[in-house]
Ligand binder design. Structure first.
Ligand code: ADP
Ligand code: ADP
Length: 233
């Protein structure tokens, strides 16, 4: 589903200095899997995600999504691929000037979905995330957990194959984290959405991931099933 083939990303910070944010990473994320990448701040996790969601292109190597190398996509294929990848964030990234309904409707408006269909789809999504009664509220009226539920509904609006989670529970308390992780499990199970998440929290990996990669200084230093990486000495 997602494959990194000997991928490196080099940033030039000045004429002489460069940072290898991602260094020769090879990884495969299979369809239907919940795959976690864990590492300290600066390890290269965000850069890895940005290579999948098409915000960065690799300096060396290849990133494939659904067997297609993302560097060779036409503008039209890029637009289609963007709709197949949903994303949620640590700080939710909601539009504060739009209602809950408006936030979830937004990607559908962009995709020029007819108004009646948008209404139906948004109401379905809000029921799925447990916010059917909050459609007319604004983000500032919601708790952190509710905001992330809106983020999840919005990310699912265009029926993506892949959901990318960037420290999605890092701003939440432990109980709310548990609720959001349960919701992500339900997304994975009911819609067969492949989930790629990055986190610095071991608990998140233990709770929902099937497989994990450990990153340090741009490199993947360990990769395997969560059981193998965290249970065996
Ligand atoms: P993480 O998400 O694990 O905290 P990042 O991918 O954000 O790690 O960063 C990895 C390294 O790459 C860090 O040293 C960071 O400073 C550097 N880096 C990331 N993005 C850029 C950029 N746009 N320009 C220069 N350096 C960057
Ligand atoms: P804007 O796009 O101007 O920010 P909203 O995001 O609040 O406005 O709403 C977008 C569209 O969705 C509007 O056409 C509005 O009529 C419709 N809408 C808003 N809330 C609801 C709701 N609870 N149920 C059905 N349709 C709604």
């Amino acid at each position: 589903m997602i494959e990194f083939r000997e991928v490196s990303k080099v940033f030039h910070t000045s004429k002489q200095n460069e940072v290898k944010a991602v260094n020769d990473v090879s990884l495969s994320v299979n369809e239907g899997e919940i795959f976690g990448v864990i590492g300290l701040s600066g390890a290269g996790k965000s850069t890895l995600l940005r290579l999948v969601n098409l915000l960065e292109s690799p300096t060396y190597g290849e990133v494939l999504v659904n067997d297609k190398s993302i560097s060779t996509l036409s503008p039209k294929e890029l637009r289609q691929m963007r709709q197949k990848i949903g994303m949620i964030f640590q700080n939710f990234n909601l539009f504060n000037s739009r209602t809950v309904f408006g936030n979830v409707a937004y990607p559908l408006k962009i995709a020029k979905v007819p108004k009646q269909e948008i209404k139906k789809r948004v109401n379905e999504l809000l029921s799925f995330v447990g916010l059917a009664d909050k459609a007319d509220q604004y983000p500032e009226q919601l708790s952190g957990g509710q905001k992330q539920r809106v983020g999840i509904a919005r990310a699912l609006a265009t029926s993506p194959d892949i959901l990318i989670c960037d420290e999605a529970t890092s701003a939440l308390d432990p109980e709310t984290t548990g609720e959001i992780l349960n919701l992500l499990k339900k997304v994975n199970r009911e819609f067969n959405v492949t989930i790629l998440l990055i986190t610095h929290e071991m608990n998140v990996i233990r709770t929902i991931c099937n497989r994990v990669a450990v990153m340090e200084n741009g490199e993947v230093i360990e990769e395997g099933s969560v059981y193998d990486i965290f249970t065996n000495p």
